[in-house]
Structures are given as C-alpha cells and as structure tokens.
Design a protein around this ligand. Structure first.
Ligand code: DOR
Ligand code: ZN
Length: 352
C-alpha cells in the first residue's frame, strides 16, 4: 500500500450554503467560516427573513461588522448574499437584486419546510411566476430547499417527491433558469442532477456524506444529528459520496452549517441544524479520505462551485494535515453555546 498522504493543499475553498445568523451569534461563528473559506453563500432565513435587496445590503453590512468585531482579516472572506423568495417577490425586486452586485441567488423555502420558513413559498409555480421569469432573464440562480411539506408524504420521501412534483415542472417551464438543489440527501436527487438537461447543480453537506439516519438514534435520540433534510439510509449516503468524490462538476460544497443554542437542540421539540463551520474542511476531508478520493476534494470544494456561479477560483490555498483534531464539546454562541457536530470525537485531519 502506498503511504497515505500526510498533507493536502488545495485552492482556498468556498461554502456555497451557510447560515451565519445575526447579531451576537453571528459574531461568534463567523470566524470559523472565514478561517477555512474564501466566500460563502449566506442564507436569508433570518427573523424577519431577508426578502428585499435593501435588507440584503443591510445584512451584508452587519456581516462585515461582525467580521471586524471577530478580528477577521479584511478582504479574506466575502459574503455572497441571497434573497428569501416569497409568494409576493416581484420581478422588479429580482432586477434590483441582480443590479446590486451583492445578491448572488434567491432561496426557495417551501412554507413550513424548515427553520424560519413560515414566510416561504406556498405554491411556487402558481405564485412566483414573475420572480422566476425575472431570475431566468437576469441569470440569478434559484437555490431550492427541495422538500415538499405535504403532511401525507413520509419525512424520508420529501426530497424525492419534491423532484417529481416541483423541480421537474419548474425546469420544464423555465429551461434557462439556473437551479441548485441545496443539500441533496438522496440517490433520487443525485441521479436527477446527474442526468438532467441544462443548468443545474447541487450542494452536499459534510454530515450527509459522513452519517446515515442510524446516527440519529445511536444509543438514544441524538438531537445534534437532527437537521433538515433529515439524514437518510445508507444507500443514499453512498450515492452522495460517489457524487461528491467523483469530481463531477455539478456537485459542490455547501456545509449548511446551522448553529442553534444548545438548549434549543436538547429540547422536547429540538431545532433542525448541524453546526459544522468550526471543522467543515476536516469533516469533508474525512469523508473523501474514507473512499480514497482526496484527489477530488479540490474540484468539489474549490472549483465546481465557482464554475457554476461564473466566479473565479480563489487565489489563496488551504492546507490540511493528517493530524488529530479533537472536536470541542461546545463553543460560544452569543450568550449561549452551540454543540458542534460530533463534539468530543477526534478527526484525523486538521486545517493548518
Ligand atoms: O437543518 C437545517 N437547519 N435545515 C435547514 O434547512 C435550515 C437550517 C437552519 O436554518 O437552522
Ligand atoms: Zn440551510
């Protein structure tokens, strides 16, 4: 057997799906993302949601403020803002978003699908025609949380049903629209993205690459493994690993790192979201290493995303070393704490 790699240097990666939150919480977490990533697509599901360009620009100012307060070196990290699509988003608002140069995409949350999605879309094709038309025209991608909210549909089938009921009809009606199936979690999703015509991509989280749904119940109910879309069975995890590690240009890194205060996760009705920004690249390296595909980590983490968004690859580099990283039990989150995914465990990779 050849000696395993002892370190790996890749172009500085980006996170194409990140929850930074706001206020004190953002100040606590932003340094973790900025240490590893050059840019991040910043999710708009705040309270209230970021539904207009003006709100996105104000939010971006607060991101920069938080970076300064957290001591992030100027120019080292760029937040790419998004708008939260509603039933009432106008074509004019989309044009304004594109012209701002600060908004890189629009996020679809089906109403009720996940954290802070109450203001989301109730009927995409019925209600959002003008916005979708404008996005297609101005080349502003639609990022989809790909789950139906129909209570009749089993929780584990919501992504597959979304593809049939919403994604396929959407892309037939707007064939030039650029679409990202965010945090794809199933073989159905992977197969669709691989074979579909036109402009489509998908982000994949580290937690969906590393864990199947057994992780939710290992030795008892484990709320820190609960996220949406929920972890799926092993066959789906294997399909995700194959897609991510193949180097296929349609798949790229999106952590979906989503910090919640410890007390709201360890709760009778715990919030959905895994906090992975602290150790994101270490988690991804672990997943790629497990199948002997570290050679394709750079394509997935640093090249495929910029190619989809029409942006240059970052100039700097990131080096990972094969050495132990102990994941802390908890980390500060404003005045509370957040438990990082797999807290207390040890990874074999560490960002230099
Ligand atoms: O697990 C999740 N957490 N999934 C989402 O879609 C939203 C996120 C959050 O904002 O907490
Ligand atoms: Zn998310």
């Amino acid at each position: 057997m050849p000696n395993p790699l002892s370190s790996l240097t890749i172009s500085r990666p980006d996170d194409w799906h990140l929850h930074l939150r706001d206020g004190e919480a953002m100040q606590s977490v932003i340094g973790h993302s900025a240490r590893q990533f050059g840019r991040a697509i910043v999710m708009p599901n705040l309270k209230p949601p970021v539904t207009t360009t003006d709100m996105a620009l104000q939010y971006r100012d607060r991101v920069y403020q938080a970076m300064r307060a957290a001591g992030v070196e100027g120019g080292s990290f760029e937040p790419l803002m998004t708008l939260y699509l509603t039933d009432n988003t106008t074509g004019e608002e989309i044009r304004k978003a594109k012209e701002s140069g600060a908004v890189y995409a629009v996020k679809l949350y089906p109403a009720g699908a996940t954290t802070n999605s109450d203001a989301g879309v109730t009927d995409l094709l019925g209600r959002c025609g003008p916005a979708l038309e404008a996005m297609q025209q101005h080349n502003l991608p639609l990022l989809v949380h790909g789950e139906v909210t129909d209570p009749e549909v089993d929780l584990f089938d919501r992504e597959a049903v979304f593809i049939d009921r919403v994604l396929i009809p959407l892309r037939e009606r707007y064939p030039e629209l650029r679409v990202v199936l965010e945090h794809v979690t199933t073989k159905d999703g992977v197969d669709y993205v691989m074979q579909a015509e036109g402009h489509i991509g998908a982000t994949i989280t580290a937690h969906h690459l590393l864990y199947n749904r057994n992780a939710l119940f290992l030795g008892g109910i484990r709320p820190h493994w609960y996220c949406l879309p929920v972890l799926k069975r092993e066959t789906h995890r294997q399909a995700l690993v194959e897609a991510a590690t193949s180097g296929h240009s349609r798949f790229f890194l999106g952590t979906d790192s989503a910090p919640h205060p410890r007390g709201l996760k360890e709760h009778a009705c715990g919030c959905a979201g895994a906090y992975t920004a602290f150790h994101a690249m270490e988690l991804y390296a672990t997943a790629f290493d497990a199948v002997g595909r570290l050679d394709n980590l750079e394509a997935f983490a640093s090249r495929n995303g910029p190619a989809f968004y029409g942006l240059p690859v970052n100039e700097g580099v990131l080096t990972l070393e094969r050495t132990d990283l102990q994941i802390p039990d908890e980390l500060p989150l404003g005045r509370t704490t957040v438990v990082p995914l797999a807290s207390g465990e040890t990874l074999q990779w560490k960002v230099q």
